[in-house]
Structure formats: structure tokens, C-alpha cells
Write a protein that binds this ligand. Structure first.
Ligand code: FES
Length: 582
């Protein structure tokens, strides 16, 4: 980015609309066909609005209205808005998992921007994978880009009880299975747990990743915490539209924003929020798109020094609506003090430090002071050992403390169907000290690494009042989930990782303080089992699925496609080895 403002002739869209040749005639005549006179767009920045709205995404229902507010802002600032629908990635509906399609939306974002006359882009997302996908694509294209977060929904409510999405689903489902609530109660929870537009209002993947996007510098300051139905959400949407037009003239691109320090700020943010473990995979993928090598080791280092300040479920007590009223993300970032590098540039042209300078905490029970954190340093732990040579993760704060150091007998399920069929069987030889192991739930094996990682506790153990057991898989877990769940085991079992070699009766050792995860069998026995291991048949023989299984990388590398990561930051649209578009 230089201090010089672009001229209209330097706009990328000038190549489509501004030159006097046959192709430009076609572009202009077809724009006239849509009802626009030349004066309405000539010499103006063309702003693509990538909208993930659809009639099957409940978290984005308000985007139909918000996009009009974005357009209003773009028009007012002298730009030309062009709304382009892209994949919706609806977390509650898409099977087997939206994660299978995160890279699809990232590619769609990149190719849509590359192939149309966009000078800048507003990215409209929020429901879990939409945020990383849109940002990954935009980072790869490197056109001026600003993110519009969907905002959390309002607190859930049932008969006066505050409900949090996801977390309370698991809680009341366990109560229903244990016979503690009635079917009528369960229906009441169904009606009250999601009562407004917006993404999940617990500290799930959506709240974690929209907050990470803000800490990275990709949203207007304060936007990520505003609840979706709040009128300020509409106002910020219009401001987002206004700001992107100036970003184009200033040529403020993702490569000016996403630096190593900005990535560390975002990781610190995720950890101080006690955010979703999914953010690890997404942050690694995002960073690698920008040529920043973020490793699980980096994550663990930052985790050890970052206190949890956000008292939000499932780790804490409150919800995102409360967090907003308590001062929101900016107040929490300010309280983090020297753990945040305030020199990093953001989309409004100011530094992160300038943006948060005036922020205040209005309720320090919801946003804790550093002197009184929710947890001092245990937001997340990266584990290694002979069961996870390339790493695995656990959220100790969401697990019962007595399981942080635990050795137990493995009860192994070879896949999700096997687990569903047997987990509640009275004949299953299992007790609360056992370790439940699920295989074939990783990026290739499941496929798409679904959020199966909060493996169910057998009904007969639930009935004893037990609510947590050690569970291990190569799956992910919803950020709204909780329990002693070891996740993201890499390499995954489907490609012959050690998790594939575990058998019923093996003893498994977890030691969170020492970051260890081992199956207690000899190296010789492990090698013998590996020699006898037979690779399963591929999941797909054609289509996107076949491409996914051929190119998706393991969890410790962010599950991006190997051909999409970038070796060094920069490049951009028409650069970085990509062909120029004519
Ligand atoms: Fe969309 Fe949770 S279902 S964020």
C-alpha cells in the first residue's frame, strides 16, 4: 500500500468498462441492459459483495436486508455495488459437514473475484466455515477486502431459562437420555434456543472466527460483537459499504493487513475467548494462504501465556449478547494489553491499538480483568505422543479436571456407524474410566473431519450421573461442545495414522500438563500392527469429493488443499503466478 490514491484509469474494472474496444462495448451494453446509465458506474470502484445468504442458512437470514445497507453505503461513497451470491455453508443442514466444503467456498471466492471486474470486495459471512472460507479466498486474490460479520443471535430463552446454542442442546439431550427432562420440555428447548437471526451466540466457531477476523484487522472495529438484530448492526453494514470504496482508492489490500503479528493477535484473541478448537484449523489455513507459517507449536506457546478473559459458554457462564453489553471484543483486546500488538494495520486505515484505545469494560464478570481471569492459561493444549505424532488438541477448560491426567482402557469404534450402533448397548464392555476411541472421522476418512469429536457417553454411564469421559478421535468438535475430548489427531486413522492401530483393551495415557498422548504399547508392536494395516477403499471416485481426498492436507496443516496455499505473502490478483485476466 502506498500513500498515493488510485486514479480511475488504474482501477482493475477499467479494463472491463473504461477502454474503447469491442469487449468493453459488450460489458457496457450489458450493463445498460441491467438498467444502468454509464454515468452511474464510469470511473467508480466496482465493489463485489459476496453474499452467503440463502433460504437454508438461518444464521444469515438478515443478509437479504444487510446487503441493501451495504449497497447504500457503497453508493453514498461513490462506488458501484455488484451483489454476487456464493455458497451458503449452512452449518445445521449441510451433510456430511460444512468443513468438506470450506475449501470449495474459498475457491469460489477466489475465482469469482478473479474472473469478474471487482476492484474491492465485501465478504458477508458468519456461520462457522463461511468466515475462514471467504477470508482464505480473499487473501489469495489480494484485492481490497472487508469482512461483514453476521453477528450473534440473541440469547436463547425457555421458560425463563437462558439457553445457549449448541451447548444447551448437548446438555438437555443428555438430560433427556438420562430421563431427567420430559419430551415436552425438550420441545420447549427446541422452540426457544434460536430465536433471532444471527450466528450461534455461544463461543462456538462462528463467534470465535468473526472475532478473529476483527482482531486480524478485517472488520470495522467493534463490528464482530454486535448482535445481528441490533440496529447498530445495520448501521455498521452501511459503514462497511462506505469504507470499502475508500479502501480501493487507497489500495489497502489483505497483504497490507495480514502479517505474522496480526496472525498472533488473532490466535491470542481466540484463546482469550476460550474459542472453538476449530479455529486452530482455520487460523493455520488462513495464515498459510498469506505465506505465514503458523504451527500447532506456535498455538501451544501462545496458549500458555494467554489468560481466558471472556466468561462465555461453554467454558464460562454468559453469552455473546452479554459480551456486547459488557464492552465487546474491543474491550477484551484492550484488557489483554501487551499480549496484543497494537501496531497492526486494520481495514479502517488505523492500527488495532488506535481502534481499541477508548474501549472500556462495563461488566468485569463477563469480560474478566487480567488480574481475575476465567482461567489463567489453559484455554487449549496441543498434545503429542505415539498416538498423535503430528499433534492433537484438547480444550482442558471444557473437560472435568480429574481427566487431565488419566490412563484408561480403550474401547474402539471403527467408524461413526459402528459407534452409533453399539454405544448404548447394555452388552458394551465399558465403564467411566475407559477411553472411547473413534476411527475414520478425519479430513479424508469421514470425509471432511465432521464435528463428531464430542463422542457420546454410553447411556448406562450417563444414568450413573457421569457427565464426562476421555474421548479421542481425528474429528473436530463444535465450539459449543464440551468434555474431555481429544481432537484433530494427526495423521488421521484413514491414512494409517497410529489411531488406526489402537485395539480394544489397549491402555491409553493422557497427560495435559505434560502435553502427552500415548497408547501404551511397544514400538515393535505398533510397527507390527502398521505392517498388517490394510488401507481402506477411497471414499470417492469422482467429483469434488475425489479432488478433496486427493489434495486435502491434515489437520495440523489447516486442511487446506495443497495446491491453494501460498509460499510467500503477496502476489494477488493477476500476480503471484496467476495468469493476468484480459
Ligand atoms: Fe450457524 Fe452455529 S449454526 S453459526
Amino acid at each position: 500500500m502506498s500513500n498515493k490514491r488510485k486514479t480511475p484509469e488504474e482501477l482493475r474494472s477499467h479494463r472491463w468498462y473504461g477502454v474503447n474496444d469491442l469487449r468493453s462495448f459488450g460489458h457496457r451494453s450489458r450493463t445498460a441492459q441491467m438498467g444502468y446509465d454509464r454515468e452511474e458506474y464510469a470511473g467508480k470502484p466496482v465493489i463485489a459483495i459476496l453474499n452467503t445468504w440463502s433460504e437454508i442458512n438461518p444464521c444469515h437470514t438478515h443478509f437479504k436486508q444487510r446487503v441493501e445497507e451495504v449497497k447504500r453505503g457503497i453508493w453514498q461513497a461513490g462506488g458501484f455495488p455488484v451483489e454476487l451470491p456464493v455458497q451458503t455453508l449452512s452449518e445445521p443442514f449441510q451433510k456430511p459437514t460444512t468443513m468438506l466444503y470450506r475449501n470449495f467456498l474459498a475457491m469460489e471466492t477466489e475465482e469469482t473475484l478473479r474472473s469478474y471486474p471487482a476492484d474491492g470486495v465485501v465478504l458477508m459471512g458468519g456461520c462457522d466455515k463461511t468466515t475462514p472460507a471467504l477470508l482464505m479466498g480473499a487473501i489469495s486474490v489480494d484485492l481490497p477486502a472487508i469482512f461483514l460479520p453476521a453477528g450473534p443471535m440473541l440469547n436463547g430463552n425457555w421458560n425463563g431459562v437462558t439457553l445457549g446454542s449448541g451447548s444447551d442442546t448437548w446438555k438437555y439431550w443428555a438430560d433427556l437420555r438420562a430421563g431427567k427432562i420430559t419430551e415436552q420440555d425438550w420441545k420447549g428447548v427446541e422452540g426457544g434456543i434460536a430465536r433471532s437471526p444471527g450466528h450461534c451466540m455461544t463461543m462456538g466457531t462462528a463467534s470465535t472466527m468473526t472475532s478473529a477476523a476483527e482482531a486480524l484487522g478485517f472488520t470495522l472495529p467493534g463490528f464482530a460483537s454486535i448482535p445481528a438484530p441490533d440496529s447498530r448492526h445495520a448501521q455498521y453494514s452501511a459503514k462497511t459499504g462506505m469504507r470499502i470504496v475508500d479502501m480501493v482508492w487507497e489500495d489497502l489490500k489483505p497483504s497490507d493487513i495480514i502479517t505474522r503479528k496480526a496472525v498472533d493477535n488473532a490466535v491470542t484473541t481466540c484463546l482469550a475467548l476460550s474459542g472453538s478448537t476449530n479455529a486452530i484449523v482455520h487460523m493455520i489455513a488462513l495464515a498459510r494462504r498469506a505465506g505465514v507459517e503458523l504451527t500447532l507449536g506456535d498455538y501451544d506457546d501462545i496458549a500458555r501465556r494467554t489468560p481466558v478473559l471472556a466468561n462465555i459458554r461453554p467454558t464460562g457462564k454468559f453469552l455473546m449478547e452479554d459480551f456486547f453489553y459488557a464492552g465487546g471484543l474491543m474491550a477484551m483486546l484492550k484488557e489483554l494489553g501487551d499480549l496484543i500488538d497494537g501496531t497492526q494495520r486494520t481495514v479502517n486505515g488505523k492500527t488495532l491499538g488506535e481502534n481499541i484505545a477508548e474501549a472500556q469494560i462495563y461488566n468485569d464478570e463477563v469480560i474478566r480483568r487480567r488480574s481475575n481471569p476465567v482461567m489463567p492459561d489453559t484455554g487449549l493444549a496441543v498434545l503429542r505422543g505415539n498416538l498423535a505424532p503430528d499433534g492433537a488438541v484438547i480444550k482442558p477448560g471444557a473437560a472435568e479436571p480429574h481427566l487431565h491426567v488419566h490412563t484408561g482402557r480403550a474401547v474402539v469404534f471403527k467408524d461413526y456407524n459402528d459407534m452409533s450402533a453399539r454405544i448404548d448397548s447394555e452388552d458394551l464392555d465399558i465403564d467411566e474410566n475407559c477411553v472411547i476411541v473413534l476411527q475414520h472421522a478425519g479430513p479424508i476418512g469421514a470425509p471432511g473431519m465432521p464435528e463428531w469429536g464430542q463422542l457420546p457417553i454410553p447411556q448406562k454411564i450417563l444414568k450413573k450421573g457421569v457427565r464426562d469421559m476421555l474421548r479421542i478421535s481425528d474429528a473436530r468438535m463444535s465450539g459449543t461442545s464440551y468434555g474431555a475430548c481429544v481432537l484433530h489427531v494427526a495423521p488421521e486413522s484413514f491414512i494409517g495414522g497410529p489411531l488406526a492401530l489402537v485395539k480394544d483393551g489397549d491402555m491409553i495415557e493422557l497427560n495435559v500438563p505434560e502435553r502427552r498422548l500415548n497408547v501404551l504399547i511397544s514400538d515393535e508392536e505398533l510397527a507390527r500392527r502398521k505392517g498388517a494395516w490394510v488401507a481402506p477403499d477411497p471414499r470417492f471416485t469422482r467429483g469434488y469429493g475425489a479432488m478433496h481426498q486427493m489434495h486435502v492436507m491434515q489437520a495440523d496443516k489447516g486442511c487446506d488443499f495443497d495446491f491453494l496455499q501460498r509460499e510467500g505473502a503477496g502476489g494477488g490478483c493477476g500476480g503471484g503466478g496467476e495468469p493476468e485476466i484480459h
